[in-house]
Design a protein around this ligand. Sequence first.
Ligand SMILES: [Zn+2]
Length: 463
Amino acid sequence: MYEWGIENGTIWLPSGPVAGHLYGQGSQIDAISRRIRPAKNRWDVTGCEVLPGAIDAHVHSRDPGWPDKEDIVHSTAAAAMGGVTTILEMPNSLPPVRDIDTFGQRVEAFDGRSYVDFGLWSLWVPGMDESWLDSLIETGTVGFKVFWGYALDAKTLSLVYDWHHYDQPVVNPPTVGDVLEFLEMLPDRGPVVAVHAEDATIIGQRQRHAKPGVTGYQQVLWEHPAIAEDSLIATLIELARVSQAPVHIVHLASANMLNKIDQARSEGVNISVETAPHYLLWNAMDIEAFEGWGKVFPPIREVEHQNRLVDGLRKGTIDMIASDHAPHHPREKAQGWGQARAGMASVQMGLLTLIHLAAQGWLPFERIPVLSSLAPAKRFGLWPHKGSLQVGADADMVIVDRRAVTYLDQEVLKTKHPQPPWLHQTLQGRIQYVFLRGRPLVQQGDFENGIPARGQFIRPVWS
Ligand SMILES: [Zn+2]
């Protein structure tokens, strides 16, 4: 007799979809079966797809540090509602995760409050040495975040976007030399270097020399042009080639370098790429109406970029979807383009966006378990415990009804401050059940209120 059974679904195995049933005694999948077996608790998911729990490699839960924006309780409830059973948390809250002390503090802070499993990124600050690097690898970081385009506040190490107009001392954006030195310190199999690739000097120049007559969203695009992304990605490819370090481009918004990335990879460069749901669902024309609510960096670009990013997901040039969940308080967003803070609360939306794209015929459904789960699990050392439905893996499962729709109202969105542009959108597909290690987090589309937060710290294993 099994403890639980998920019956009558279409199970998306790494080899493809099969009709059947999943069973387990506890936290792992113990059987994938074509016939019904005895089980204590059964869920009949007839007509639905059974996918591995999604892994979101790019989340800013703002915790600790900015409880008015978000916290881990809300970000992981939202993650769960979106079928995400593991988040990789970015380091830049207060204090940022930058050494083994702050790393341990973060694990402790999330323990008992996170509804989903979590891994941690660490912040790289120019000048950190090899013993620092080794200790963080030992502690279990999934990788290091390099904010190439941005300065850091010298005291708090928090991000400074507009550093030319900042009145406190800053750590300047790293130079190309700084980044190369760091990449050469890294082992070639192990933690990944995540790069926010926007060239600070291009952005700074554009900000100092406004283009006459260019206002509103056109000004955002003028100040954060595709070339700021493209030129840094070109450089990064060459640094990765020379150093052989594993590098990862976060939140790709410009599609211009996709061919170069593809080519570099075929030449053996160890590079991966993520893009975010807001770059796939909208383009510059759509987002203009949302004013500050739609402000993210890099910005949502023209429709050609949107279409080519979707192409990249289809072909595999873009490895994975990750949300760059970066919530702000409504008072920081309900402003014009210039004043609003950049960032969107998208952790709930990655998997749903892919399902929606598949429903529109833009993406084959079989790409979804790879983009949302298998690829990040393999890249960040979480596979085979996470990333695919197979015997012995953690029973992290998402049950999706492709025929239903999801209307994103205040009830459905679990981030602290549900807001545009996600609020009041309707997407094709509905997440019906979500299980973390064999236990339900979401049932019949609703978050299980009052359940304990059982998310665990996940340590990567590098092979
Ligand atoms: Zn981010």
